[in-house]
Design a protein around this ligand. Structure first.
Ligand code: GLY
Length: 405
């Protein structure tokens, strides 16, 4: 009797283990398929996008204008690096040499920006384009020179009194020395420059900027302000505000996404536990927010007034997704599983017809439904080049982290 109960229990346990093995296997296989189909789709869409810009050399695609035409930008735009960066990711997945040639061609458009010291966005511009070229094609002198020059241009915007690099060169809104949360993203170029050149000043600037932002940009609930402006003579805070969000005290979704990604990246580069803790707290704010929809693609602002009828911001969803996958590397299993479950929900949603455009539509961008600058009445419910970029990056990260196990 006793033995037969034991036998039944062990049979039950074995069948449970086997069934969870098969459930996992099927789930894994299907995410493989989701990602494979998404990259096939991306390759076709971006071939079409490449054709569209062949007639306007020197310009790069960014979005769709209100009149329905393709929004093209000059290499000096903050978004110029995302299109070549997406081509690098498609090349990374497909290994297609024609895509690599296109990626090289459009990356070379940004060469002219290597000494651009008029914007903090030089990190986005050069690191998404030339940074991916460096990573995928190996070291070459020209790429090294362009990335190091860009890092020097960014470092020249550092003010030791404030402890930050200045984001915008602008007297707009009365700001003397505006620093935006987005600026955390540009520190990756400085950390690359430190590792390649051995010049510790690049690292010191990046760390100081991250420390100052950690101190001044965040609220008690770990949401962040968009803009903190400083007095450049004294380093005192002048004002804390929004520019692209709903209100000064609201939580602009993409701002939260930049903070999460930025501090996760800075933890990777420095192993400073304060950055990891902040990233985990930002993740918790985002994931457990009462206004986070079921599919985990946030509204453009977590405090938008017309939720649940507010616009979604797919770009914020894609950035959060990519950041959570990386953050899962640095935490205990339960927490990692939670981040990866959210990321999987996001990837499945983004890859569905709700957000992925049909081939040949959407001016050949991959994703629909992003919001660039709603208070400025610009880029509302449109595709954005950086939404596509972080989506492709997130899929590669998910594949490398989860599916290769
Ligand atoms: N300033 C970059 C953004 O719109 O997120």
């Amino acid at each position: 009797m006793y033995i037969s109960v034991l036998r039944r229990i062990s049979i039950l346990m074995i069948s449970l283990l086997l069934s969870s093995f098969w459930v996992n296997a099927i789930a894994r296989k299907s995410m493989d398929k989701v990602i494979d189909e998404a990259f096939k789709n991306a390759a076709i869409q971006y071939a079409g996008l490449t054709d569209q810009i062949s007639s306007t050399p020197g310009l790069l695609p960014h979005s769709i204008l209100p009149d329905g035409t393709l929004h093209r930008v000059k290499p000096s735009s903050w978004v110029s690096g995302f299109f070549p960066g997406s081509l690098w990711y498609i090349y990374e997945y497909t290994g297609n040499d024609a895509v690599r040639k296109d990626a090289e061609r459009f990356t070379s458009y940004l060469k002219s920006q290597k000494n651009n010291n008029m914007t903090h966005d030089i990190g986005f511009m050069l690191y998404c384009s030339y940074g991916n070229k460096w990573r995928l094609c190996g070291k070459d002198k020209e790429t090294e020179d362009i990335l190091l020059s860009g890092a020097r241009a960014l470092a020249s915007r550092f003010n030791a009194k404030v402890g930050c690099t200045q984001s915008w060169d602008t007297g707009k809104c009365g700001w003397s020395f505006p620093v935006i949360i987005d600026n955390m993203m540009n520190l990756e170029l400085l950390m690359w420059a430190y590792k390649e050149s051995g010049d510790i000043s690049f690292r010191d600037i990046a760390v100081k900027h991250a420390d100052t932002t950690l101190k001044n940009h965040f609220r008690k609930d770990y949401s962040s302000y968009h803009v903190v402006s400083y007095n450049p003579e004294t380093g005192d805070i002048e004002i804390k505000q929004t520019h692209q969000g709903y209100s000064n005290e609201s939580s602009w979704a993409r701002g939260q996404a930049w903070g999460l990604y930025g501090y996760t990246m800075m933890y990777r580069e420095t192993k400073n536990e304060a950055y990891l803790n902040l990233a985990r707290n930002i993740a918790s704010f985002i994931i457990h927010h009462k206004n986070m929809p079921k599919d985990k693609i946030p509204y453009w602002d977590f405090d938008a007034p017309n939720i649940p009828h507010a616009y979604r911001d797919v770009s914020a969803g894609a950035i959060i997704c990519s950041a959570l996958i990386e953050l899962s590397n640095y935490v205990k299993k339960d927490e990692a599983d939670e981040y990866l479950a959210v990321a999987e929900t996001q990837l499945r949603a983004l890859s569905s017809p709700a957000y992925t455009a049909k081939i040949g539509t959407n001016k050949n961008f991959i994703l629909k439904h992003s919001v660039g600058y709603l208070p400025g009445n610009r880029e509302i419910d449109v595709p954005l080049s950086y939404a596509d970029y972080y989506y492709l990056e997130a899929m590669l990260r998910f594949k490398n982290k989860v599916l290769k196990k």
